[in-house]
Design a protein around this ligand. Structure first.
Ligand code: ADP
Length: 246
């Protein structure tokens, strides 16, 4: 975000280094139910990001002091694999992963009907296999598909995507170079049926007008991501039905 480069991130025609237009998101691939032994799972790619998510639960919360008698707690473990970035990342939990886990848990708690499962825990494991900026959005998008795949009742799916600014232009879905050398990064996650915001962060600087323009792009893109999430779930269940009838 605060870095400097002589590299042109957005050219005079408004085309970015990966060939996208300013309001274009990266290619997205979503597959639900990819792991046999988890209750729910999802594999997601957005551009060069690759994410795997597994969900277990709701199951009895063994750690009594963490139990909530009124609802389930959603425990998220966001983990960036050592080999996910170009310089080998030190394995294990760090401040960044703790913070990202917490904010993903809060975003999911807004849609999961946790009140149906008091004293239980729903465990969400997010593995970042390959990172290229936007992994918290990719992880959250995958996690809500995995929760739905696990059959956990939710008010809605949660799509997440970032907007931001690089080379003085407002952009959708920043890649690594744009994130590193740009002026702002604004990840956002929404509840599509109500347009509620369940995650919004801003790193860097933008004018109010730029932010409003960026959020408009992000909302529109998030609705498109939600359609892809629903498609993935539908595909999984139509395939399962087909297998059962064969
Ligand atoms: P997000 O992935 O949600 O955009 P950040 O803005 O913190 O989160 O990170 C941007 C990108 O920087 C990541 O997607 C990843 O490509 C890279 N990155 C983050 N942490 C590390 C790290 N410890 N080592 C190397 N690269 C990292």
């Amino acid at each position: 975000m605060s870095g400097h480069t002589d590299m042109v991130l957005v050219n005079e025609e408004g085309i970015r280094i990966d060939g996208r237009k300013t309001d274009e998101k990266r290619n997205i691939k979503i597959e639900a139910g990819v792991l046999k032994n988890a209750d729910g799972s999802c594999y997601l790619e957005i551009g060069k990001n690759k994410v795997l998510c597994a969900v277990y639960g709701p199951r009895e919360c063994r750690m009594r002091h963490l139990q909530d008698p009124t609802k389930a707690i959603i425990t998220v473990k966001y983990n960036m694999e050592t080999y996910s970035v170009s310089d080998r990342k030190r394995p294990g939990t760090d401040r960044r992963s703790v913070e990202i886990s917490k904010l993903i848990s809060e975003a999911l708690s807004a849609v999961v009907m946790t009140e149906l499962y008091p004293r239980t825990t729903i465990d969400v494991y997010i593995e970042i296999l390959q990172a290229n900026a936007g992994t918290r959005c990719a992880g959250l998008t995958a996690a809500s598909v995995a929760l739905a795949d696990a059959g956990i009742p939710m008010r809605d799916i949660v799509p997440a995507i970032a907007c931001g600014k690089a080379d003085g232009k407002v952009l959708l879905d920043l890649n690594k170079e744009e994130d590193n050398f740009g002026q702002a990064d604004v990840p956002i996650a929404i509840v599509p049926s109500t347009d509620e915001i369940v995650l919004l962060q801003m790193d860097g600087n933008m004018t109010r007008e730029e932010l409003e323009y960026g959020l408009d792009m992000a909302f529109k893109a998030a609705h498109e991501v939600a359609d892809l999430q629903k498609d993935a779930l539908l595909r999984k269940y139509t395939n399962k039905k087909k297998e059962a009838s064969e």
